[in-house]
Design a protein around this ligand. Structure first.
Ligand code: DGJ
Length: 705
């Protein structure tokens, strides 16, 4: 039983290794966190936090509340902020009942005066040591209630020792760098305000006491399943308690909860481990593979995409030639990127008019699709459905469909000395159901009429005019647009997936700007970065690996840094994810193509381990020129090791590599090593690697004998 009652209105949620205990406080009448850590032997070991709030003039701020609402004597970060009619902005929630249904605990809270019901949901994922939390708000009154903050959860870290926060920061083409800061009294905010989860921060956090390493130590971690504006507040209270609140960003947020309406927050995931950051990421990887992704255990195909070589200048004959070379190398999926549709010569035109360009594809896409299929490959296509160009027919027909403010005219950037937006494209307002329906019908037709097995869904702009003029006539608050846009996006993807289950969907947001766990409920894989330069990419992929597994991280072998880096190095970086090729393959020598062929064969033989196995980050590429990571099959029968030396100097012997995660008592042979050894020996004595060249890499298959 993952959820049991310790006594009346107090519960313990148990996963394989951890426990999360909470109970309703008698005085406060709201739930307090009792405990979050390794499982304790006896039920009685779980007990409420010491009632120190009493000494602080009655403020509950010093207590680990599960879901503080802004009201009463609360002055710190809250999860819910609301305004009732007549302007009351004081929410006082009190316990109104609880239910356990299988792996889910629901705690109902009700405002003392106003009929607002807040239900806290806890779902236990026992095998992944993770708790999922979200909240629903129901308005049972006859008047609207304005919600100004709607977080999913507040996570309290036990005891009062100092805490370190790990977060993933970056920017376009340089995503996901792990950053570690000590938290001091006050609030540290990490967020996105860009309608996407963003390449600047990934909705993930880890907290530790400053002593956790990759392989040991206590770590409390979490992620948010949301692909729009989000906010994490890591706060140290005046009583030295640390808590992490996470949810929808309240910046420019509002939701008008109409009578009878229910609002649901996104899911926040939280986990605990005593085995270091590496164990935390393995929990998240399992969670993503087992509970988040729409298709479990999908085999991701090796793809070819010519974007970096041909950019917008694609045509039928050239793509068929590239497809022939790709098929010969063993590629399984051929993807046509941007540039294929009407009037798309550069970033200024075409978006919205989704039919094949008459000059580049005079007979439509069918001859190319047929040629690709005849070569034994699936066909895939790039689209950017959320956008329209100024010059498109769609914009001319529906100028009201885009995000805009009625009294601020949208000028073409080229006609404006002060650019008003990132690009010459406008964003369709996905908060509108007519826009959602239009895109569903459009893409449904495209997928029905063509044998398309892969969609690369791109999104290349952030809104700076997030107006929704239609909101008032619908009786909604215009600030709901941030949330409704993302819900609309999910609806489109879910509908298309249901209608076209054979299609694999990739999420791209100028690279990895929408690679979060919300998107991974509908997307099979993500394009992690527009930076495919392998030395940078190694670090970017290492960053993403904090939250998402290799089976969703698409990585292409391109021409970036190709003069310096050997082909196998470039492949090894991409083989640590979903392998793709994006280089000028027609210019590759026959030796290079043969080498690529062999590497693709090797990858196909081992991708089940890379994609489904446990990742052990043996040495991080951010910390030294020697880096290595190991994927160990779940049954520990085999493993795949990648190691890289990334410096332009004489390669000193690679530090002895401890091969983690193998069965200590079984014998393993490591490719290229003279004799098998026990898993314990490979771990404790390690593997000595040597490299011949200056910048080099290796991939080794490890097998149980
Ligand atoms: C941005 C993507 O990240 C690239 O891979 C490519 O598809 C371009 N957009 C096309 O415009």
């Amino acid at each position: 039983m993952p959820i049991t009652a310790v006594k009346d209105n107090c519960w313990v949620l148990e996963t394989r290794n951890t426990a999360y205990a909470l109970g309703i406080d008698d005085k406060l009448r709201t739930p307090l966190n009792w405990y979050w850590g390794p499982k304790l032997p006896r039920r009685k070991d779980y007990r409420p936090p010491a009632p120190r709030w009493w000494h602080l003039n009655g403020t509950p701020d010093g207590l680990p509340e599960e879901y503080p609402a802004w009201g009463g004597l609360r002055f710190l970060e809250c999860c819910l902020k609301a305004e009732f009619h007549e302007g009351t902005r004081d929410v006082i929630l009190a316990f109104a009942g609880a239910d356990i249904a299988g792996e889910e605990l629901q705690i109902r809270l009700k405002d003392e005066v106003f009929p607002l019901i807040v239900t806290l949901h806890y779902r236990v994922r026992p095998d992944q040591d993770i708790i999922e939390r979200w909240a629903t708000f129901k308005n049972e009154s006859d008047d609207p209630i304005l919600i100004d903050r709607a977080f999913s959860a507040q996570w309290a870290v036990p005891d009062r020792l100092p805490c370190r926060l790990t977060h993933l920061d970056g920017q376009w083409a340089d995503e996901c760098h792990p950053t570690r800061d000590w938290l001091t009294q006050g609030a540290r905010v990490i967020e996105s305000r860009r309608i996407t989860s963003g390449s600047h921060h990934f909705p993930f956090f880890a907290l530790d006491r400053g002593d956790a390493t990759e392989h040991a130590g206590q770590v409390w971690f979490g992620a948010l399943a949301w692909s729009g504006n989000w906010k994490l507040i890591a706060e140290v209270t005046d009583g030295a308690r640390t808590r992490a609140s996470i949810g929808l960003n309240d910046f420019d947020f509002r939701w008008k909860l109409t009578p009878g309406e229910t609002f649901t927050t996104p899911v926040a995931y939280g986990g605990y481990t005593s085995a270091g950051f590496g164990a935390a990421i393995r929990c998240l990887h399992d969670l993503v593979r087992d509970h988040v992704l729409p298709t479990k255990h999908l085999t991701r195909k090796v793809l070819y995409n010519s974007w970096e070589i041909t950019t917008f200048h694609v045509n039928e004959a050239q793509q068929i030639e590239l497809a022939k070379t790709a098929a010969d190398m063993g590629v399984e999926l051929f993807v046509v990127d941007d540039g294929w549709f009407h009037n798309r010569e550069n970033t200024k035109g075409g978006l919205g008019d989704w039919w094949p360009d008459e000059t580049k594809f005079p007979h439509g896409l069918q001859p190319l699709i047929k040629a690709v299929n005849d070569l034994g490959m699936d066909f895939g296509l790039w689209v950017e459905p959320e956008m329209v160009s100024f010059t498109s027919d769609l914009y001319r027909q529906h100028p009201d469909w885009i995000l805009h403010y009625p009294n601020r005219p949208l000028k073409d950037n080229s006609a404006d000395p002060l650019p008003r937006r990132e690009k010459d494209q406008l964003i369709l307002n996905l908060a509108r159901t007519d826009v959602q329906d239009y895109l569903i019908a459009l893409l449904d037709k495209l997928l029905t009429e063509n044998n398309i097995r892969f969609i690369k869904w791109d999104m290349n702009r952030h809104p700076n005019e997030a107006g929704w003029p239609q909101a008032a006539e619908l009786g909604r608050d215009p600030k709901e647009v941030w949330t409704r846009y993302v819900l609309g996006l999910y609806r489109i993807w879910e509908t298309l997936r249901a209608k076209h289950p054979q299609v694999v969907f990739q999420s791209c947001q100028s690279g990895g700007g929408r690679a979060d766990l919300g998107m991974l409920h509908v997307a099979d894989q993500v394009w992690a970065s527009d930076n495919s330069e392998p030395l940078s990419r190694l670090k970017i992929q290492d960053g993403f690996s904090h939250a998402i597994p290799a089976c969703v991280i698409e990585a292409w072998v391109t021409e970036q840094n190709a003069k310096l880096l050997p082909l196998d190095f470039r492949f090894h970086v991409s083989m640590s994810g979903v392998l793709g090729v994006g280089g000028a393959t027609s210019k590759w020598s026959s030796e290079q193509r043969d080498q690529a062929k062999k590497l693709i064969i090797q990858y196909k033989q081992l991708r089940h381990v890379i994609h489904e196995g446990d990742l052990y980050r043996l040495r991080s590429p951010s910390e030294s020129p020697f880096s290595a990571h190991l994927y160990v099959a779940k049954d520990k029968s085999e493993a795949v090791l990648f190691a890289f030396y990334t410096q332009l100097s004489w390669p000193f012997p690679f530090p002895q590599l401890p091969l983690m995660g193998l069965d200590p008592d079984s014998l393993y042979e490591v490719e290229g090593e003279p004799a098998p050894r026990s898993g314990a020996a490979w771990q404790h004595d390690g593997l000595q690697l040597t490299f011949k060249n200056e910048i080099s890499s290796t991939m080794k298959h490890i097998r149980k004998v």
